[in-house]
Design a protein around this ligand. Structure first.
Ligand SMILES: Cc1cc2nc3c(=O)[nH]c(=O)nc-3n(C[C@H](O)[C@H](O)[C@H](O)COP(=O)(O)OP(=O)(O)OC[C@H]3O[C@@H](n4cnc5c(N)ncnc54)[C@H](O)[C@@H]3O)c2cc1C
Length: 449
């Protein structure tokens, strides 16, 4: 690659990419529009914690950071379902194997580890509060909002769902993209710790209050609190305009949660509602001059907890293509998109599906019966069958393959539900063998307390 190498965006994708590029021996400059999150509070409105799963863990093992991540994660073994009229929530485990857990991690802490590691390579310089306005390909310069101009050879657009690098590629006719907005949004709240600093709910589960049209979820933080997110139709948010309407809504829908949060209405009124959308793009690169990665290439709704995992896996794939074709950068960029686009589309579809599962499916008896049959069949045929959720969260199998397998497995499960006499073992055994785990996807990479 010739000329200065620039990464725009120091989120998970940009910071991780800078580490990978430095490992290849390149000098890299990273620009981010925000202040350095290691020295400033991040603004409200961005998700505070995230679920880290195998596809995000593998790159962290790859770049030697997993040991540092271990200290800042909390394992979650399953969904703890809080039904409306039940006093005791019920745990639905994600799987039966010890590594089939996901990990709650603070976005800020993870980014801080990645940014430190990038700088420690000695090859990465990061400039904050530098907002890219556009990429001027004719003059090989980046134009910033403060009117500064910087030269570039290759620019990596890791600048998130609203990417300006993407808009600049699109302006050359090399990229088409569109965003499908859901008519649902989200708002984050905090469930404070007990007086002694302990968690008020089991920290080793992802808590869900499914209510059909909307839901509340909670992920634990190491600080004893939980980050709680309400996902609901925008019309619901629009109706919650006063302290009374907010308190009535939470008391009737999420009474157990409301009882634990003294300043609930204040928090609700003060925090912004975030939009939810799927951004699909065709044309992730412009010759050998620019390429998109992370949400800039493929932004999905958060219901599978995979946007960051997808972003980090895509960075690893891009790194592999660059190493395989160091003298054909444009080809490497094209092959990277060719490999990842079907996977990005597949997880976008599964993430949308998972909203239905989380807010309604987890308490639908038919869905619960299908899920326990799938787990039972997996126990009997571990080489042929794995529930879709598990293929997405606990393997590195291409997402498109996971979707395809899940569709075929669903047909087998439906047949078994319709006809209990059917030879289901023969149907399952006829499914193709599951691929082996990526050698880096070490089940014990993170400790599972
Ligand atoms: C409510 C919610 C919950 C989520 N939960 C999960 C989860 O549990 N698990 C999971 O895997 N994913 C989750 N996600 C998705 C995840 O947050 C994203 O997919 C992930 O952060 C994408 O990383 P990124 O680096 O591509 O983009 P970002 O994290 O958005 O980073 C982009 C960076 O670019 C910078 N930038 C933007 N524009 C410019 C510009 N013009 N100039 C310079 N810099 C710029 C930004 O400041 C930012 O630092 C969730 C998302 C939401 C909204």
């Amino acid at each position: 690659m010739n000329g200065p190498l620039i990464v725009v965006g120091a989120g998970q994708a940009g910071a991780l990419l800078a580490i990978y590029l430095a490992r290849q021996g390149y000098q890299v400059t990273v620009y981010d529009s925000r202040p350095d999150l290691r020295r400033t509070d991040i603004g409200a409105g961005r998700s505070i914690n995230l679920a880290l799963a195998t596809r995000g863990i593998v790159p962290l093992i790859d770049v030697g950071l997993i040991g540092q991540i271990d200290d800042i994660t909390i394992p979650m073994r399953g969904r703890m379902v809080h039904e409306r009229d039940s006093l005791t929530p019920v745990l639905q485990p994600y799987g039966s194997r010890s590594h089939e857990v996901i990990h709650s991690i603070s976005r800020t802490d993870l980014n801080a580890v990645l940014l430190d590691a990038a700088e420690e390579t000695g090859r990465v310089r990061i400039e904050f509060q530098a907002e890219l306005e556009s990429v001027d390909f004719d003059n090989s310069v980046l134009r910033f909002a403060d009117r500064r101009v910087e030269p570039f050879g290759v620019v990596f657009g890791a600048d998130g769902a609203g990417s300006r690098v993407r808009s600049s590629i699109a302006a050359r006719g090399a990229c088409q993209f569109e965003t499908d907005w859901l008519d649902h949004g989200y708002k984050e709240l905090t469930l404070p710790p007990e007086c002694d600093g302990s968690h008020r709910l089991d920290p080793n589960a992802l808590h869900i209050w499914p209510r059909g049209e909307f839901m509340l979820i909670a992920l634990a933080n190491p600080t004893g609190d939980f980050t709680v997110t309400l996902f609901a139709p925008t019309a619901t948010f629009e109706a919650l305009v006063s302290v009374d309407t907010v308190l009535d809504f939470f008391a009737s829908e999420f009474g157990d949660f409301a009882d634990m949060v003294p300043n609930l209405a204040e928090q609700f009124m003060a925090h912004p509602m975030g939009p939810l959308g799927t951004m699909r793009a065709n044309g992730w690169s412009y010759g050998d001059r620019a390429v998109l990665v992370g949400d800039a290439a493929h932004a999905i709704v958060p219901f599978h907890g995979q946007g960051m995992n997808l972003a980090m896996e895509s960075v690893r794939v891009l790194d592999r293509h660059l190493r395989e074709s160091p003298r054909d950068i444009a080809g490497a960029f094209r092959r990277y998109e060719c490999e990842r686009k079907p996977d990005a589309d597949a997880i976008a579809e599964m993430a949308l599906d998972n909203y239905d599962e989380m807010r309604a499916g987890v308490i639908d008896p038919d869905h619960v019966a299908r899920r326990s049959l799938a787990l039972e069949l997996e126990r009997r045929h571990p080489n042929h069958l794995s529930p879709r959720y598990n293929m997405v969260m606990f393997t590195t199998m291409p997402y498109a393959e996971a979707l395809d397998r899940a569709t075929r497995q669903a047909a087998v499960i439906s047949a078994a539900m319709r006809d209990p006499e059917i030879d289901i073992d023969a149907l399952v055994a006829a499914l193709p063998q599951l691929p082996a785990l990526d050698p880096l996807a070490d089940p014990n990479a993170l400790s599972i307390s």
